[in-house]
Design a binder for this molecule. Structure first.
Ligand code: PEP
Ligand code: MG
Length: 604
């Protein structure tokens, strides 16, 4: 190794990995998906990945070295983030974990490990994953032969760094979760939205991670699957082993490892109360969504995965207000063709039985870039601002045309609307309209049955530039769907998935509310419908404000529909409108929050 090994934990101090076994530890994080999970921990270990091994042709060596370099740089970014996070740990643990991660960083550049891997790629012509594995084995052997117990123990660190590199190189979900014991609570450093999609709520009780923010897609996926989850938990993986009892409280944002008997009993009572409330809320599904002064409000479901259709119908959703089609591209190496997409969309539309389905074209990019696409288009240095969503579709027309063709075909079987993500300009809408007309002509020439008339075409209002030019966009489209998640991210320059700035992510910032108001009014003037489908729509706290601003259509995760319906049925539209007017006169979001609490009956 290039640098000195990390300083060992001081005398009498515990190493970061060995918190006293069996002692209760309570940790804080962001409660991103409500509910309480209690069960045996399943600590995600990447060791289960099967590493491919193959011989590279001479011409491919430079590219392979660059691929390894990119994986090492990504690993450095990950470790730096973890190190920052560790700073929040109490007392000596912060220092201990800090030293450990410092050592990991040192192993990731100019070290024996990286030099060894590069040599194996160059001289042995091994692919990078296999080269990392071989080099780790060789280092482990050298260390194992040393008499120094401390150095021998560092083998675990070398292996951990190696696993991180392999995971980055393979760009695969951590592992299949099908072998996880029923009722287990998954604990991991980080889960991508694609990893989360693999969690089956019938098997998994809930999950917690060290990294991740409340508005990222992992959090949204957790809410969609009704899996209790707490993200951004510093120190989560220190002193916990698979099989230990863990509680994840997704309401308060807590994780308790090895709870004492009385803690366990208290949480079991809390879980019962939570489940009882969910049962009561179910009774609302057949009741109309209408305010006390008789104004109907449409409540629709956001779907991450088609298997949520049943939950949406059970919750009484009036339709699918946002179908995120990213699932079609997740956890696979190939792109879905027109036939496959048509079949999946048709099935969903038929199951919705005449209710509207708003299908959004692919919004890959940022944290959501699907494996198959990443291999084709590479990674952007600044993914949230990069080749994302409609930009990808217009740069790779074949990708978008295939989706539009599938939507046109599926639209023949029911009520389908097409929604475009991340629109920033009228030119983009015009381009898609032309493309849609061309694809429709092509299909008709082939004698394929398509929706007639053509499906309605709408845009997400989620880029501040789109909100500010909503009056220019409105005449070109059939509807607006306001995506508050990205609108907040881009307006306030806050990465929605980064737990370090989660406290600055503020839906009540006056700038955000003004953009929402401006968009709603532009839609009203143009006579087109407007909905809100960001996470704000699913939080009953914001219902009065959004309705007061003129929104009459809210789309949210199926689990939120009963909560929002209860709120809608308890409020008066006249009061909500008057309060929204007062709120829009304010410049300070703390004051706005207080006014909102007033109308929600929560004022102190
Ligand atoms: C949004 O940005 O508010 C939205 C609904 O889209 P997504 O969360 O998929 O980016
Ligand atoms: Mg968005």
């Amino acid at each position: 190794m290039r640098t000195e090994p990390p300083k060992p934990p001081g005398p009498g101090r515990k190493g970061p990995r060995d918190a006293t076994p069996g002692l209760e530890r309570a940790l804080r994080g962001l409660g991103v998906s409500p509910g309480i999970a209690i069960g045996p921990a399943h600590v995600v270990d990447v060791g289960a990945i099967q590493v491919p091994e193959y011989c590279l042709p001479e011409a491919a060596l430079a590219e392979e070295l660059a691929r390894f370099q990119a994986a090492a740089e990504k690993a450095q970014r990950q470790v730096r983030k973890l190190k920052q996070k560790a700073g929040a740990l109490p007392g000596a643990a912060a220092e201990d974990v800090g030293f450990l991660l410092e050592a990991h960083l040192a192993m990731l550049s100019g070290s024996r490990l990286t030099r060894g891997v590069e040599r194996r790629i160059r001289e042995d012509r091994l692919n990078a994953e296999a080269a990392v594995q071989a080099e780790i084995a060789s280092i482990a052997q050298t260390f194992a032969g040393m008499q120094d117990a401390y150095l021998a123990a560092r083998v675990a660190d070398v292996r951990e760094v190696g696993r991180r590199l392999i995971r980055n190189l393979m760009d695969r979900p951590f592992q299949a979760f099908s072998q996880v014991p029923v009722g287990a609570v998954v604990l991991a450093e980080e889960l991508t939205p694609a990893d989360t999609a693999l969690l089956d709520p019938r098997r998994i009780g809930g999950f917690a991670t060290v990294l991740g923010g409340a508005e990222g897609h992992t959090a949204i996926m957790a809410r969609s699957l009704s899996l209790p989850a707490t993200l951004g938990v510093a120190g989560l993986l220190q002193g916990v082993a698979s099989g230990d009892t863990v509680i994840v409280d997704g309401v308060a944002g807590r994780v308790i490892v090895n709870p004492a008997a009385e803690t366990l009993a208290a949480y079991e009572r809390r879980r019962e109360a939570w489940l009882a409330e969910r049962r009561t809320l179910k009774g609302l599904s057949a009741l109309p969504s209408v305010t006390t002064d008789g104004v109907p409000v449409t409540l629709q479901a956001n779907l991450e995965l088609p298997r949520e259709v049943d939950a949406a119908l059970e919750a009484g959703a009036a339709g699918i207000g946002l179908l995120r089609t990213e699932f079609l591209y997740m956890n696979r190496d190939t792109l879905p063709d027109e036939e496959e997409q048509t079949a999946i969309l048709t099935d969903l539309i038929v199951r919705m039985n005449g209710r509207p389905v708003t299908a959004r074209t692919l919004d890959a990019g940022g944290e959501k870039l699907a494996t198959a696409l990443r291999q084709r288009f590479g990674e952007s240095a600044n993914p949230a601002l990069g080749l994302r969503a409609i930009r990808l579709g217009l740069t790779e027309p074949k990708l978008l045309e295939t989706q539009l063709a599938a939507m046109l075909r599926a639209g023949a079987h029911g009520n389908l609307r097409i929604l475009l993500p991340m629109i920033a300009s009228v030119a983009e809408v015009r381009q898609v309209r032309e493309m849609l007309a061309t694809v429709a002509r092509r299909l008709r020439r082939r004698g394929v049955r398509i929706a007639n008339p053509l499906p309605k075409l709408g845009v997400m209002i989620e880029v501040p530039g789109a909100a500010l030019s909503a009056d220019a966009l409105a005449p070109l489209v059939d509807f607006f769907a306001i995506g508050t998640n990205d609108l907040i991210q881009y307006t306030l320059a806050i990465d929605r998935g980064d737990e370090q700035v989660a406290h600055l992510y503020d839906p009540l910032h006056p700038a955000v509310l003004r953009l929402v108001q401006f968009s709603v009014e532009a839609a009203r003037r143009a006579g087109i419908p407007v909905s809100v489908c960001g996470e704000m729509a699913g939080d009953p706290r914001y219902a009065a404000l959004l309705l007061g601003l003129g929104v009459r259509d809210l789309s949210m995760g199926p689990g939120s529909i009963p909560l929002v319906k209860r709120r809608v049925r308890a409020l008066s539209m006249a009061d909500a409108t008057a309060q929204a007017r007062r709120i829009m006169e304010q410049s300070d979001s703390a004051r706005i929050a207080a006014l909102l609490d007033e109308i929600n009956g929560l004022a102190a």
